[in-house]
Design a protein around this ligand. Structure first.
Ligand code: PGA
Length: 243
């Protein structure tokens, strides 16, 4: 596991964008795994800038997102499909049909779970995956607990995650309690993984991951210790409790 520490979120975003840019330039038909949340927004802004100013070409790129809230349709501004369109897809030249986000609507979610992993594998598998990390150590919506799902499935969100995500909603009652999430197995199949973390609220989870190399379902991010190509890019605040 390679660890890169940067001064701040902006530098984290640039470093991550460099890795994504290199992947896209070396392999224009690459398959990217993408994430939502505050952390990757800076990286998406960088990639949009490089598209506009340096001709970074997304026309043959395919993407798969990690997760989606259950019960939100794609036009809901709190849905992750809406987020991805707003923060990235609407500003680059990726054909929208090349972009995939699990379908959150109640009547589509179950079938979406069933086909998502096989769709990824049929397309050739994810070459480069970006991940954020929850303050509780979750990756995607694989929440700490007795067991973790191997495949894409419908999961319950923990109170901690619901509270963390309430800032995006008008009230905490509006935060969905369930989501569709790629499983640990789905994520670990990616060829390369880049995890980005910024801010002191991520410091306890980053410290647990890096201070002692053990794997536990109670720290989902720790499964990355078993992957052969993971780069962690964090800012000094997120790194501050690492011994
Ligand atoms: P954040 O979320 O980037 O909004 O902090 C990260 C996550 O929960 O995976």
């Amino acid at each position: 596991m390679k660890v890169i520490v940067k001064n701040n979120h902006k530098e984290v975003s640039k470093e991550a964008a460099d890795i994504f840019e290199m992947e896209i330039r070396n392999n224009p038909k690459t398959i990217l795994g993408l994430a939502t949340g505050s952390t990757p927004i800076g990286m998406y802004k960088e990639l949009i800038k490089r598209h506009n100013e340096e001709g970074l070409d997304f026309s043959s790129v395919t993407t798969f997102n990690l997760d989606e809230y259950l019960g939100l349709d794609p036009n809901n501004p709190n849905s992750y499909r809406y987020f991805m369109n707003q923060e990235l897809f609407n500003h680059i030249n990726i054909p929208i049909e090349n972009t995939h986000v699990p379908l959150g609507e109640e009547d589509k979610a179950e079938i979406s779970c069933k086909v998502y992993d096989s769709m990824i594998q049929e397309m050739g598998g994810i070459k480069l995956q970006v991940l954020g990390i929850g303050s509780n150590g979750h990756i995607a919506f694989n929440e700490p607990g007795e067991r973790l799902s191997a495949n894409t499935s419908i999961v319950d969100l923990t109170n901690e995650t619901i509270q963390d995500n309430a800032r995006f909603f008008d009230s905490i009652d509006e935060v969905p309690k369930k989501a569709i999430s790629m499983g640990m197995g789905s994520i670990l199949k990616a060829e390369k993984i880049v995890l980005i973390a910024s801010g002191e609220n991520k410091a306890p989870a980053i410290a647990k991951l890096l201070n002692e190399p053990y794997i536990s379902t109670y720290l989902p991010v720790s499964f990355l210790l078993a992957h052969k190509d993971v780069t962690i890019i964090c800012d000094e605040d997120a790194y501050s409790l690492v011994k």
